[in-house]
Design a protein around this ligand. Structure first.
Ligand code: HEM
Ligand code: HEM
Length: 210
C-alpha cells in the first residue's frame, strides 16, 4: 500500500486513527442510545449514552493534545469565515481545506456541545428517579443539586418517574442534536460534491488527496 504521506502518492493522512475510531464509535453509540430509549431497554440506553459522553470528553482532550488536524486550533475559525464558506459552498466555489472547513469546524463544535448537553441532561433526568444510583445520581443530585422524585408521586408508568421538566429538557437536546446531525450529513454530501472528493471514505481511511 502506498505511504499516505508520500509526496508521490498524492495523498495526505488527515484523520488520525483516534478521530476515525471516535467518529464511527460515536455514530454507533448515538444510534444505539436513540433506538434503545424505551422502558424495556433503559439500562442499555443509559450505557449507550454514557459511551457517547465518554467519547465526546475524550475527543475534547484529543482536540487539545492530538495531532495537527485533530486540534481545535486547526479548525475553529471566526463565525464570519464559516458564513462566507457556506455561502460559497452553495455557489460551488468555496475554497477547499485539508482539515475541517470553517463551517465543518463550527459544526464539530456544535455537535460536541449538543451531545454533552444531551448526555448530561439524560443523566440529570435519570438521577431524579428515586431508585436510580451510580453516575447519574452523582451528576443529578451532587453536581446539579436536583431532588429525586419520591415513589409516592409516581404515576404508575415507568415513563412518568423522575422530574418531568428535566425529561423534557433531555428530549429537547436530543431533538436539537438530531437536527444538527442531519445538517452535518447534508454538509458532508454538499462539500464532497463541491470539491469532488469522497469525505466519508476519508473518515474511514484517514487519507485525502493533496
Ligand atoms: C452516517 C452518517 C454520518 C456520516 C456519513 C458522517 C460523516 C462525517 C465526515 C465525512 C466527517 C468529516 C467532515 C470533514 O471532512 O470536515 C465527519 C465529522 C464528524 N462527525 Fe460525522 N458523519 C455521520 C454521522 C455523525 C453522527 C451521528 C454524529 C454525532 C453523533 C457525527 C459527528 C461528527 C463529529 C463530531 C465529527 C468531527 C470529527 C472529528 O474531528 O473528530 N457524525 N462526519
Ligand atoms: C446521545 C445520547 C442519548 C440520546 C440520543 C438519548 C435519547 C433519548 C430519547 C430519544 C429518549 C426518549 C424520550 C421519549 O420517551 O419520548 C430518551 C429518554 C431517556 N433518556 Fe436518553 N438519550 C441519551 C443519553 C442518555 C443518558 C446518558 C441517560 C442517563 C444515564 C439517559 C436517560 C434517559 C432516560 C432515563 C429516559 C426516559 C426513558 C423512559 O422514561 O423510558 N439518556 N433519551
Amino acid at each position: 500500500m502506498a505511504n499516505e504521506n508520500d509526496p508521490q502518492s498524492g495523498t495526505v493522512r488527515v484523520w488520525d486513527r483516534f478521530v476515525r475510531v471516535f467518529h464511527w464509535a460515536l455514530v454507533a453509540a448515538f444510534i444505539a442510545a436513540y433506538f434503545l430509549s424505551e422502558d424495556e431497554t433503559l439500562t442499555l440506553h443509559t450505557w449507550a449514552g454514557y459511551t457517547v459522553a465518554t467519547l465526546v470528553l475524550a475527543r475534547i482532550v484529543w482536540g487539545l493534545i492530538g495531532p495537527r488536524y485533530a486540534r481545535f486550533t486547526d479548525f475553529v475559525y471566526r463565525p464570519s469565515e464559516a458564513l462566507t464558506y457556506l455561502k460559497n459552498l452553495f455557489l460551488f466555489r468555496a475554497d477547499r481545506y485539508l482539515g475541517h472547513s470553517p463551517a465543518g469546524g463550527l459544526m464539530v463544535v456544535a455537535l460536541l456541545v449538543s451531545l454533552l448537553l444531551t448526555t448530561f441532561s439524560g443523566m440529570a433526568y435519570y438521577g431524579t428517579r428515586s431508585e436510580t444510583d451510580g453516575i447519574a445520581t452523582f451528576v443529578s443530585r451532587d453536581v446539579i443539586g436536583l431532588e429525586p422524585v419520591p415513589p409516592a408521586l409516581y404515576k404508575g408508568e415507568m415513563r412518568d418517574r423522575g422530574n418531568h421538566d428535566v425529561k423534557e429538557l433531555h428530549e429537547t437536546f436530543v431533538n436539537i442534536t438530531i437536527i444538527l446531525i442531519f445538517a452535518h450529513i447534508a454538509g458532508v454530501v454538499l462539500a464532497s460534491l463541491a470539491h469532488r472528493e469522497n469525505l466519508v471514505r476519508s473518515m474511514i481511511t484517514g487519507g485525502k488527496r493533496r
